[in-house]
Write a protein that binds this ligand. Structure first.
Ligand code: CP
Length: 534
């Protein structure tokens, strides 16, 4: 039975854009294709070809690449489609054209799938929405899809697909558990960052992070691994790792990118490289059946997997690299709608939360209570009182944050004051109160700003000495649509320094942090507001 093809026209910006069961389906097709390729089974191969000379696949590589670019080019050639490449050195990028204008233009020339590598993080996510509007405005036949071929330090989802396929191949196709050592430059390595969500493919995940502190995994990804229930252990060198008894059977090496880290690190490069480079003397400590992987390239002078290992059973990286083309052929076949119609998802993707977070308290239902006024506070007759601010923080943290709230709400010029007092219900914790006599009711937009800058607070509108309205503010599921906010990652497409005009957009994580919708960087709500552009 044919159903709606859930893959057709989709973008792959981060690995989580494909659910676990979608990835398993993709891998089952890769297995069939790989075997057909190896056996030259032409009839089976024909089932996968898009075979449409008007179907445009466009490669835009703004950073160097061999494997990703060439395996995608060969995958696209397999499909007998139109394959193009933007020469970025002579493109109008050099005249200051934006990403949106560039890709809108190219999508107007009958191109359907764009494969993009860029230093700027979150490009594909931005273009996915932006170019969909362009396609609609201009009645283009197909909405373009975007494949992230590596964006800065963020993610490399197609590398993650081929890594997962290779791990499964070496796991006898089982996904019950994986024990993986991630070795090398975990700070810059986007391929290991994709593993924070990607390894959820396996039911039980144990990850050993092996890197000196200068090259350690960023907190955003460690938190994500924890949220996903991975068991995580940290080691500063391979030597330290091998000195204990519980050693992974799969090792994933990455290339140190020390050139990005300034002179202080470069002076110590030998020591740092040594901590993450495998040596002949370590061989005896590995368990039977161990495999090494590497996204490649490896450096010809200082490889972390030395070439003497090429001709040993440890070598999983060559097959991993070859698998890249098979995986990418299937990915293009799915996005191009050639295959996938028979896939019926059991997992329903979770809708983004649109839960309410500003609650007006029904004052008619409240029992009359004796008026309790915090010590030192003189009740106001008319105006606004924002109470329960930063409950539990120290008085100086609360004072700092109240100054910020006042500025965020445009209340700096109004009369009134700020106060720190002990809570009535918990006399051990402090809370802040802002009062602004004569200030008028906040607009809906300002209420949203208040919830985002002071979650947990209450807002009282006082008229003639009485509480006329009362709102309780919870932490919003998203923070967006505020012009003065931006992601703090200067490599993110939404950072003002990129001048791409991309508005900031954050979504709340399970840990009550806010992840940038483009680059994934997590922030506390205070960090977002502290870095606002006034
Ligand atoms: N693995 C990988 O992304 O290699 P390239 O940089 O050669 O594309």
């Amino acid at each position: 039975m044919e159903t709606k093809n859930v893959f057709a026209g989709r973008s792959l910006c981060v690995i989580e854009d494909l659910t676990i069961e979608e990835r398993k389906y993709l891998f089952s097709e890769v297995r069939i294709l790989k075997q057909a390729m190896q056996e030259n089974d032409l009839q089976t191969l024909e089932n996968y070809r898009i075979d449409d000379k008007d179907f445009g696949v466009y490669e835009v590589f703004l950073e160097d690449s061999t494997r990703t670019k060439e395996s995608f080019r060969n995958a696209a050639n397999f499909h007998h489609v139109k394959v193009s490449e933007l020469n970025s050195d002579s493109s109008s990028f050099n005249k200051g054209e934006s990403y949106a204008d560039t890709f809108n233009t190219l999508s107007g020339y009958s191109n359907t799938i764009f494969i993009i590598r860029s230093k700027i993080e979150g490009v594909c996510r931005w273009l996915e929405d932006e170019c969909a509007s362009y396609a609609q405005r201009n009645r283009l036949w197909r909405k373009p899809a975007f494949i992230n071929a590596g964006d800065g330090k963020h993610e490399h989802p197609t590398q993650e697909l081929l890594d997962e396929f290779t791990f499964m191949e070496d796991n006898d196709w089982k996904t019950d558990s994986i024990h993986l050592a991630l070795v090398g430059d975990l700070y810059h390595g986007r391929t290991v960052h994709s593993k924070a969500a990607g390894l959820k493919l396996f039911d039980k995940v144990k990850v050993d992070l092996i890197a000196p502190v200068e090259l350690a995994m960023p907190e955003t990804y460690v938190l994500k691994m924890q949220e996903n229930g991975y068991e995580i252990r940290l080691f500063s060198s391979i030597e330290e790792y091998l000195s204990q008894g519980d050693i992974a059977d799969k090792w994933y090496f990455t290339r140190p990118q020390l050139e990005r880290m300034g002179d202080r690190i470069l002076q110590r490069q030998e020591e740092l490289r040594s901590a993450i480079t495998f040596r002949r003397e370590f061989m005896g400590k590995l368990m039977e059946g161990t495999k090494f992987y590497h996204p490649l390239p490896r450096h010809k002078v200082t490889p972390t997997i030395p070439t003497f290992l090429d001709d040993t059973p440890l070598n999983g990286w060559e097959r991993q690299s070859i698998n890249g083309m098979y995986v990418r052929i299937i990915l293009l076949a799915l996005i191009g709608g050639k295959i996938g119609s028979c896939f019926v998802p059991k997992e329903i993707p979770v809708e983004e939360s649109r839960a309410e977070y500003i609650f007006e308290v029904d004052l008619t239902q409240r029992e009359p209570k004796d008026k309790v006024v915090s010590e030192g506070v003189q009740p106001i007759h008319n105006g606004l009182v924002i109470d329960h601010i930063c409950r539990g923080d120290t008085p100086s943290e609360i004072r700092d944050h109240m100054r910020l709230i006042s500025s965020v709400l445009g209340l700096d010029e109004a009369k009134g004051g700020e106060w720190v007092s002990r809570g009535h219900s918990d006399s051990n914790s402090y809370k802040g109160i802002i009062f602004r006599p004569d200030a008028t009711e906040l607009t809906r937009k300002k209420l949203k700003r208040l919830a985002a800058v002071a979650p947990g607070c209450t807002l009282n509108i006082i008229r003639d000495g009485k509480v006329e309205k009362k709102y309780r503010m919870e932490m919003p599921p998203r923070i967006y649509n505020f012009d003065d906010l931006s992601c703090t990652n200067d490599a993110c497409i939404s950072h003002p320094s990129q001048s791409e005009g991309v508005p900031a957009h954050f979504s709340r994580t399970k840990e009550n942090l806010f992840a940038c919708a483009y680059c994934g960087k997590t922030h506390s709500f205070k960090e977002i507001w502290k870095s606002r552009n006034k």
